[in-house]
Design a protein around this ligand. Sequence first.
Ligand code: GAR
Length: 196
Amino acid sequence: MTAKARVAILISGRGSNMEALVRASQAADYPAQIVGVISNRPDAKGLDFARTQGLPTAVFQLKSYPDKVATDAAIVSQLEAWRAEWVCLAGFMRVLSADFTRRWWGRLINIHPSLLPKYKGLDTHLRALEAGETEHGCTVHHVVPEIDEGPVIAQARVPVLPGDTPDTLANRVLIEEHKLYPEALAMVIRESQSPR
Ligand code: GAR
């Protein structure tokens, strides 16, 4: 049997997508194991869950380093110390340097709460409602230096319902995020392991 791929997760806050990935990874037949969780904020709620799972955690704040490149180099050192092979961004709300994205190209993925290429950036649910969309959703994609660009791996769609607010829509999308992210990660790992 192929060894489980070693995956690190970067978060900034609640960490519910990180939790979905951790829980999925606990199944014997899931192709990944989570080797550590990094946050750019020491107060990220998700760190508590990671610690209760016995996972290594680390915090890298921009203000602790001379600049973003130095911060990202420190993150890379930590990822290498954990022998991470893949990196999942899960609500990591800081733009990574081009050097970082190049170092992890093809092995760095993100989840975004919209049907990309629609609604890159922030406030995706509000903007989808204001535009009168009838459907919305989430996207797992490879990360490139340009924000919310990069090849799409998988998407999930939800209907926009009458009376939706940004919060009700966000909650409906989030349920799909928690299914999509573990599925998409498993898919790209299995593809990378299959003989050509
Ligand atoms: C999620 O909805 C995720 O898609 C979004 O932040 C939320 C994080 O929630 N990510 C982005 O907006 C990235 N541009 P979580 O911390 O509970 O996973």
